[in-house]
Design a protein around this ligand. Structure first.
Ligand SMILES: C[S@@+](CC[C@H](N)C(=O)[O-])C[C@H]1O[C@@H](n2cnc3c(N)ncnc32)[C@H](O)[C@@H]1O
Length: 292
């Protein structure tokens, strides 16, 4: 294909895939990343998550939900905080992530956790009104329809119940996604699914969404974490093994995926070679609220 047609072709494909809602399956990518997730994602972003955990008003004996629980960064800590008379429901779509979570919980001897492989919204829809003391969702709301999610949070939480959300902002990993797009422009046919990820713009977006419902904002802040990568291959390894590219890999045709990733590495290496290090920066926002 002539290179002049590649960008319009990619734009056309993106539009059609979006219109037809042929969405990529991030769960398949998380299943693969499950074994390395903690060494890459939790290792780098865990400290930021811990800051939120220390500020949420969770108490002994509480019944709490860890939605999009993954390998259990929050699950295990919540389990200890609520104690033997409390309970945690740990919910995730990915069998692989949930399996890791279960294994780690067993190693730690945590027995007050119920593991549920489910979409978070479907899980919530089966709960009674005013039945939950607290809800945590770490790096997971980007996979959900925000208005529906908030409506369910408001419904299932008891009055005075808490919610803690931490998520990447839309500007997160900006340079990395620019390079992914450059690689895709070379192989427009590689894109066979729409990447449907709903990142919040910033903390004000979350504040406004929660204020539109019966929530009082207890705290909100933003932060960023830079991942130390020295070349294109290290960036490719980071995004695949941390799960940061979940949904972006499944969106690619299996045969063409290696070529796209090679091209990704090449563009990143070119940038390093020109003295322009590619910043790998997670920008995130946090919100802690209570139901009025
Ligand atoms: C970045 S990981 C976060 C895991 C964990 N909360 C943590 O803090 O490490 C995102 C998780 O969301 C899960 N997930 C994505 N969409 C989901 C959905 N609709 N319902 C439940 N879990 C979902 C993924 O399978 C993945 O385990």
């Amino acid at each position: 294909m002539k290179s002049t047609w590649k960008l319009p072709n990619l734009i056309y494909r993106k539009t059609m895939l979006k219109l037809n809602q042929v969405n990529s399956n991030h769960t398949a990518d998380y299943d693969k990343a499950a074994v390395s997730y903690d060494d890459y994602y939790s290792q780098n972003l865990g400290k930021s998550a811990l800051e939120m955990l220390q500020k949420i008003p969770v108490q002994e004996d509480n019944y709490v939900l860890d939605l999009a629980c993954g390998t259990g960064y929050f699950t295990h800590r919540l389990s200890r905080k609520v104690g033997s008379n409390g309970k945690v429901d740990a919910v995730d779509l990915s069998f692989g992530m949930l399996q890791r979570n279960k294994e780690i919980a067993a190693e730690k001897g945590l027995s007050n956790i119920t593991f549920v492989q489910s979409d978070a919204l479907s899980f919530l829809s089966n709960l009674s009104n005013n039945s939950v003391d607290g809800i945590v969702c770490g790096w997971g709301i980007c996979y959900m329809e925000h208005d529906k999610f908030l409506r369910e949070l408001e419904r299932v939480l008891k009055t005075g119940g808490f919610v803690g959300i931490i998520e990447n902002k839309a500007s997160s990993l900006k340079e990395v996604s620019n390079i992914y797009t450059k690689a895709l422009i070379e192989y427009p046919k590689a894109l066979i699914k729409n990447i449907n990820i709903n990142l919040p713009k910033n903390k004000n977006y979350l504040v406004n969404k929660f204020r539109q419902r019966s929530f009082y904002i207890l705290d909100t802040w933003e932060g960023q974490v830079t991942i130390n990568c020295q070349n294109g291959q290290q960036i490719a390894d980071y995004i695949t093994k941390s799960g940061a590219s979940a949904g972006f890999l499944d969106a690619l045709d299996k045969e063409l995926r290696p070529q796209v990733m090679q091209s990704f590495v090449k563009y990143a290496d070119d940038s390093f070679a020109k003295g322009r290090a590619v910043p790998v920066v997670h920008e995130y926002c946090v919100l802690i609220a209570t139901k009025l």
